[in-house]
Design a protein around this ligand. Structure first.
Ligand SMILES: [Zn+2]
Length: 224
């Protein structure tokens, strides 16, 4: 089973079974070295971190992308719940979208209360592919994004019975556009629980879920 988004390098992470495969995204210059310990990693600057980065780090990010073969760019994006300057967030996100297109790499997007702006920006780059991880947008935004070929990542939040909106989106979203993840949840092995919940919501066998989600990750991130 492929974990499409797990911060395995974070301190509070329990060790993962040896056979686990995960995409390990970075959040900024502070973990660009650490994530490279894992077979599949991504380089990016997280929207929460943009104020501690400058053009110099954006240039360094591009250099790393050119030299170190990440499977993706990210995570990057927009977060309008946080009190972080919007213009700065937009500048860093847009710069990383340009790099994703230039180096033909998928983009891993963090979008919180900002999915509308994310969709607006993605439309400017027609060749881009990628995923919205930890999807928290609306049903119609989910439809727009999948019709643009973007994948939606779902994690432990779908196990919460109170998350009725997001559980409904999982039910209706074609399996061909779903990725499973544990993000910064301390036990990345709980990925199995996410897959089981999707199977329950869609009333399909769990094997169908894991096989298709693995294939989706392999296809998007070009995994060998
Ligand atoms: Zn993350």
């Amino acid at each position: 089973m492929i974990n499409s988004h797990a911060h395995l390098d974070f301190d509070n992470m329990n060790s993962v079974a040896e056979n686990a495969v995960a995409i390990v995204p970075s959040i900024g210059q502070q973990n660009w070295i650490d994530v490279q310990m894992y077979p599949y990693f991504a380089f990016g600057i997280h929207p929460w971190m943009v104020e501690s980065h400058s053009q110099q780090e954006l240039d360094h990010l591009e250099y790393l992308i050119k030299c170190n073969n990440p499977v993706a760019i990210g995570e990057c994006g927009l977060d309008y719940i946080k009190d972080i300057d919007k213009e700065t967030q937009l500048h860093f996100f847009n710069s990383q979208l340009i790099m994703a297109e230039k180096y033909d790499l998928p983009i891993i997007i963090h979008a919180v209360k900002a999915t509308e702006d994310v969709i607006f920006l993605l439309k400017k780059y027609s060749k881009l592919r990628g995923e919205i991880h930890g999807f928290s947008g609306s049903e119609s935004q989910a439809k727009q994004l999948t019709s643009m070929g973007f994948y939606l990542g779902f994690g432990m939040q779908i196990l919460n019975q109170k998350s009725t909106k997001i559980r409904q989106i999982v039910k209706n979203c074609p399996l061909e556009f779903i990725l499973i993840e544990t993000d910064d949840h301390h036990n990345p092995n709980d990925l199995q629980l996410v897959a089981e919940e999707i199977a329950k919501l869609k009333k399909i066998p769990i094997d169908t879920v894991t096989t298709q989600c693995d294939n989706n990750a392999i296809l998007l991130f070009n995994l060998k």
